[in-house]
Design a protein around this ligand. Sequence first.
Ligand SMILES: Cc1cc2nc3c(=O)[nH]c(=O)nc-3n(C[C@H](O)[C@H](O)[C@H](O)COP(=O)(O)OP(=O)(O)OC[C@H]3O[C@@H](n4cnc5c(N)ncnc54)[C@H](O)[C@@H]3O)c2cc1C
Length: 402
Amino acid sequence: MKKITVIGAGFAGLTIALKLAQKGFKVHLHEKSERLGGLLGTEYSEYGMAEKAANSLILTDRSEKLFKEIGLDLTYPLESSKKRFIFRGFPKAMPLNPFEILKVAFTVIPRVLFAKASLKPKSGETLQDWGLRRLGKAPTRFLLGPAMQGIYANEAKDLSASLIITPLFKKDREKFRGTISGPNGMQDIVDYLHATLQQLDVEIYLNSDLDITTVEGPVVIATSASAAANILATRAPQLSTLLKRVNMSSLISTTVFFDKAQTKYKGFGCLIPRDLKLRTFGVLMPPYIFAGRDKTYNETWIMGGKNNQDLLNYSDKDLKDLITKERKSLFKRQDTILDAKIFRWDLALPIYDLELESIQNQLAEIKVPGIFLHGNYLSGIGLSKILERSERLSEEIASQHG
Ligand SMILES: Cc1cc2nc3c(=O)[nH]c(=O)nc-3n(C[C@H](O)[C@H](O)[C@H](O)COP(=O)(O)OP(=O)(O)OC[C@H]3O[C@@H](n4cnc5c(N)ncnc54)[C@H](O)[C@@H]3O)c2cc1C
């Protein structure tokens, strides 16, 4: 049986370990911390549950298959979660006015129908510049910017249009069929993956700080870009120098439990455009996303990104005060906070900026025999993209080393 080493046991490491074990590899999975899951996890309290980072995964054929393979029941979202709000004076399902809708329809529909290629971004173009060039000012500010900041946790002016828009033109793109989670939240995915890996005889080492110069056989590095740069410093210095250039940003996810439910706006959540003096990126409404999980009404407030790094130094009290203040502007409500679960992720997410666009192009040119890179800085930040890469990369590895 061919041995392979996987370093990092976040969603990327766990899912590629699964795919490789299924292909007959003897997998050794090394995780630096004392637990599996990386950013994924759920905390349970007397008030209800709080997701540490991701609250769901996009439902695709691949994610459905993954749940089946690990024996986990799919939890489908409520009908109410189909509604999504964007703040413009108040939370609106459609933030554009009729004049703006007509204008964007007249500009975009003919291009979609007759000149799709003209919608493709230029290399080195920011998402904001692409939006202004192709959609106009209001749709960029009130639709594109908030929607993408909800996924990439940074502002349109700091994101690369090529990295974000170009994949949308791919013919083999997976269809978006809603979102899913486990019955007890995202921790279920980690626990069921763990159990399946054990059944497949994957050797798991926690609290491990492996020196890869001592490892024999192929290695998959499934950590953040900065951690990968450190791991590769001696074995592949050129690759390490390139990975060091990946810009990272911090994120704070605060699940706040209230004494009363907000019932005016029922949906997946509300995104907040920039330059409105509000520092929050978006608010998720878990009780309106998945049924039967909540003991108390709660919301998850997401803050951070490149231009809000200072929020990471806020105390728990400062963060709760900020949420109380911004909630008054957003929902015009002042309910009592019963409890708040705050998860601070310091420099945890890659910024999908122009620098990453250039780094990804250069990465394609550097091949180090026996070393494979995996993680959320390579082909998408979301879990469904990471899963897609786990599948493709495991096939590539099997064809070279199987
Ligand atoms: C607040 C927040 C909300 C999000 N919401 C969503 C969402 O709703 N849906 C979605 O699809 N995505 C969401 N994401 C993104 C998604 O959660 C992440 O992109 C994904 O979990 C990253 O997985 P990963 O395995 O690439 O990295 P990580 O989870 O960072 O895992 C890397 C692992 O490598 C380990 N490691 C590091 N160095 C070493 C070393 N030297 N040796 C061994 N191990 C090492 C780390 O300890 C860690 O366990 C969210 C992210 C955040 C922060």
